[in-house]
Ligand binder design. Structure first.
Ligand code: IYR
Length: 222
């Protein structure tokens, strides 16, 4: 007979010295400081195992009651990518021609975005993050908790893992996104959360010249 699994097991941490913590925090700040959202992708292939590893990293994020209420759809198929681009551009056409307010369009000017989304076909991978508003176990509904917070955290881990692998991404939100649930034939308990093209940057890719807030603008010490 198999032993009953323990409810609690000992924590195997990293056990750094103060100096090592300082060094690691500086190195990681430097690494993450180089992350940028990109809209100009190369069509260069990315091995499937890299995608598997970054998705497993994302799926290691904390979640409400450890329900891990997410599904990552990894799309490399050209026909799927073309269909996703067509549907996304249809929504974005409406967004850029009346659905977004004047002030919103004004806020977006410095990013140079428009309704055209060629990166949805050029990038070798599209990862579509779905949130599970509830679980379906043998057709029975089971609760999930803090779903937006949990899936937001997992997506943060995903973007970090993508950057760590030397790849680039874009957090794309072609709203509304319900076409993704239909196109990818996801079950009724899943809602599209973000669409993330992943790949290598295009040669001579450019990025908006924008700045991050300084520490004293984002922290309050008590
Ligand atoms: N979804 C549109 C518009 C857009 C909205 C925000 I907020 C951005 O930071 C960038 C774009 C698009 O993808 O073009």
């Amino acid at each position: 007979m198999q032993d009953k699994e323990e409810d609690f097991i000992s924590y195997e941490g990293l056990n750094y010295s103060e100096e090592r913590s300082l060094e690691k925090s500086r190195e990681f700040l430097d690494l993450m400081g180089k992350r940028r959202s990109l809209r100009m992708f190369s069509d260069r292939a990315v091995p499937k195992e890299v995608i598997e590893n970054i998705i497993l990293t994302a799926s290691s994020a904390p979640s409400g009651a450890n329900k891990q209420p997410w599904t990552f759809c990894a799309v490399s198929n050209a026909s799927f990518k073309a269909q996703i681009r067509e549907a996304a551009e249809k929504e974005e056409h409406i967004n850029y021609n009346g659905r977004m307010s004047e002030s919103w369009l004004e806020d977006l000017k410095k990013f140079g975005t428009d309704e055209h989304k060629p990166f949805l076909e050029i990038a070798p991978w599209l990862i579509i993050v779905f949130k599970k508003t509830y679980d379906l176990v043998n057709d029975k509904k089971e609760n999930n908790y803090y779903v937006n917070e949990s899936v937001g955290l997992a997506t943060g881990f995903l973007l970090t893992a993508i950057h760590n692998a030397g790849l680039v991404s874009l957090t794309h939100t072609p709203s509304p996104m319900n076409f993704l649930q239909k196109l990818l034939r996801r079950p009724e308990n899943e809602r599209a959360f973000l669409l993330i093209p992943v790949g290598y940057p295009a040669e001579n890719a450019t990025i908006p010249n924008i700045k991050r807030k300084k520490l004293n603008e984002v922290v309050v010490w008590y």
